[in-house]
Design a binder for this molecule. Structure first.
Ligand SMILES: [Zn+2]
Length: 238
């Protein structure tokens, strides 16, 4: 049984009731979850599972590469071996942290739209993020990108989503800017993320409703990483 990933429909959902479908040494699987599983450079969510017998702190959420299973990894020392399949829990994410990740992730879409080169890597953190671009020469200007980035934030453009089949996405390779870091396309539907008038790409990350929620962001560093790579780092206002 596959976990229904609720954040894909509503990234603002902070908690959900769910049933346990599997417990093993890796952690706990649920029939549905608001937790984001590590991927695309964004950390997996932390939070809590409220059970009939108490509360279990979740340190991270992972996706098993082979099976695609979403695994809630309990914090060290948590006793969760007594949990049983079918048991009902309330799954609540650490919303403050997740919201910061959403702001950073959405901001990286804006950055990506300003730099028309292939993306080779990236990372989302609570108050900073980065993208690596395949650019042969140093043509990026920190102040100029910062200014353009803030203009896109201030435009408060709305985000909308649409689901396509994997075949439809394969037919439009332009939709996957981060092809080299994205997981391989399976048979699952792929979500298309549109930032009105700014950006359109396939992405499974967690996003804001509108760019204004980023508030303020700026480029802190542009660094040469190897012959073809330029790493662009940004910071977000707390
Ligand atoms: Zn995204």
């Amino acid at each position: 049984m596959r976990t229904l990933e609720l954040y894909l429909q509503d990234a603002y959902q902070r908690s959900a009731s769910a049933r346990i479908i599997k417990v093993d040494q890796r952690g706990i699987q649920l029939d549905q979850t608001p937790f984001y599983a590590l991927g695309g450079g964004q950390p997996g969510d932390r939070g809590w599972l409220h059970t009939a017998s108490g509360r279990i702190a979740i340190d991270s959420t992972l996706r098993d590469r082979a099976s695609g299973e979403v695994i809630h990894v309990p914090a060290q020392g948590e006793e969760y071996g007594k949990l049983r399949q079918g048991e009902e829990v309330n799954a609540a994410i650490d919303w403050d942290l997740r919201y910061r990740h959403m702001r950073c992730h959405t901001c990286l879409h804006l950055l990506c739209s300003l730099i028309p080169f292939p993306v080779t890597g990236g990372s989302v953190r609570a108050d900073s993020g980065r993208l690596d671009f395949d650019i042969p020469e140093s043509i990026l200007d920190k102040a100029e990108i910062s200014e353009k980035l803030q203009a896109l934030i201030d435009r408060n453009a709305s985000l909308s989503f649409q689901f396509l089949t994997a075949d439809e996405v394969r037919a439009k390779p332009d939709l996957v800017r981060t092809l080299q870091v994205a997981p391989p396309l399976g048979d699952q539907p792929v979500r298309l993320v549109r930032i009105d008038g700014i950006d359109l790409q396939a992405c499974g990350g967690s996003h804001l409703r509108a760019t204004g929620e980023i508030k303020r962001a700026w480029v802190t560093r542009i660094e040469k990483k190897g012959k073809l790579n330029r790493r662009v780092e940004l910071a977000l206002q707390a």
